[in-house]
Design a binder for this molecule. Structure first.
Ligand code: M6R
Length: 366
């Protein structure tokens, strides 16, 4: 059942090229330059009339929501707010018939997310679900939706659900961007073509597995770990930290790289590994200077870089390469080494990777 892999988590990490492909197959038609998603087409008026989109989710799904915030705002120019479902539901949120709410959930059974959906619907909002489990409670309680086609995710630590959620949300953002005219037809086409290359690029990213194992062995006894990223990759830093916490029980935090100087930099010493997502993006130079700040305080730097990178390689203690892609799609690649790093550390520490202590696969209590 684990298909020859030692754990479900590893199997599910390796299934990502396929899962991402299955998620855009039949929806992304690059030859015709269209995106076909019934749940969006049928409700286009509601989406286009919305002044803003509110995303509700928990845990890793909330991180996918944060990535979506950057993508929706950048491509479709729709303001997005991302809320923890548990906070949203008890906050007496300002919400009306004009709002579109997107609920993201792998299991489709998360109690807080379900309650947030019910609240939003009771105020007249249109609620769209992004779920992995077909026929789940959230899939049934939403007005419309789009499934991720990740296949069953057994490992408690979410992996392929995350990257397929980002895939679906990217398709939605692109479709809305096209409808709103906030993206040119050539840019739209370029995104479609590039998205189609992602499964192969994820495959390539997976090839760093052995190199990541070596890094895992060096840092497995750390007590703390920081993850930094900017822009589209800031949520990836949060997700990397969550993954390490939940399966290895090492304390980890994710931060926007530029926030370091507002406090967390005080934590840096020679005992502190810092994973920095430093791929070629608009903020590349800024991230390089953030790395210099950490280095001058003797932190150990593990850089996630674009293939062929030179500047970060000179500064970092280790680099892990991922293929080049559009900045908005880069989270689909930068996530992969972070999953593998957590996985190997947890295995080396002898932890129960698929069923970490205190955690359940679906959180059906609030
Ligand atoms: O099934 P959901 O996507 O609604 O679950 C939300 C969280 O409970 C889930 O992502 C959790 O944070 C995972 N254990 C993360 O790996």
């Amino acid at each position: 059942e684990k298909g020859g892999y030692e754990h479900f988590m590893l199997k599910e990490i390796y299934e990502q090229p396929r899962a991402i492909l299955d998620t855009f197959r039949g929806r992304l038609l690059s030859n015709e330059a269209i995106i076909k998603m019934a749940g969006i087409e049928d409700n286009m008026k509601r989406f286009l009339a919305a002044d803003r989109i509110i995303i509700v989710a928990c845990g890793t799904s909330w991180h996918a929501g944060l990535v979506a915030e950057y993508i929706f705002e950048d491509l479709a120019r729709i303001p997005v707010e991302v809320e923890y479902a548990s906070e949203f539901r008890y906050r007496n949120p300002v919400i009306s018939e004009k709002d579109v709410v997107i609920a993201i959930s792998q299991s489709g059974e998360t109690a807080d997310t379900l309650a947030a959906i019910k609240l939003a619907r009771s105020k007249g909002a249109f609620v769209f679900g992004v779920c992995n489990v077909v026929g789940s409670s959230i899939a049934r309680e939403t007005d419309a939706g789009a499934y991720t086609h990740a296949g069953p995710e057994i490992g408690v630590a979410s992996t392929k659900a995350f990257t397929t959620q980002i895939t679906v949300l990217t398709l939605i953002a692109l479709r809305l961007a096209r409808a709103k005219g906030t993206i040119s037809s050539s840019e739209f086409r370029q995104h479609l073509i590039e998205l189609e290359t992602i499964p192969n690029k994820v495959e390539e990213a997976l090839q760093s597995d052995e190199a990541i194992k070596v890094i895992a062995d060096i840092y497995k006894d750390s007590k703390n770990c920081l993850y930094l990223g900017r822009g589209f990759n800031f949520p990836v830093a949060l997700e990397g930290a969550l993954k390490l916490k939940e399966i290895s029980y090492i304390h980890a935090e994710g931060y926007p790289a530029a926030e370091m100087k507002h406090g967390p930099i005080a934590l840096i010493d020679e005992q502190m590994p810092v994973v920095v997502i430093a791929t070629k993006t608009e903020h590349y130079e800024k991230v390089v200077s953030n790395i210099q700040e950490i280095k001058s305080r003797k932190g150990k730097i593990i850089g996630i870089v674009t293939k062929g990178d030179v500047s970060v390689r000179e500064l970092a203690d280790h680099v892990i390469e991922v293929p080049d892609t559009l900045e908005s799609l880069s989270p689909l690649l930068t996530t992969i080494p972070l999953q593998l790093l957590s996985y190997h550390i947890a295995v080396m520490l002898g932890k129960n990777v698929d069923q970490p202590r205190n955690l359940a696969k679906s959180v059906t209590v609030e």
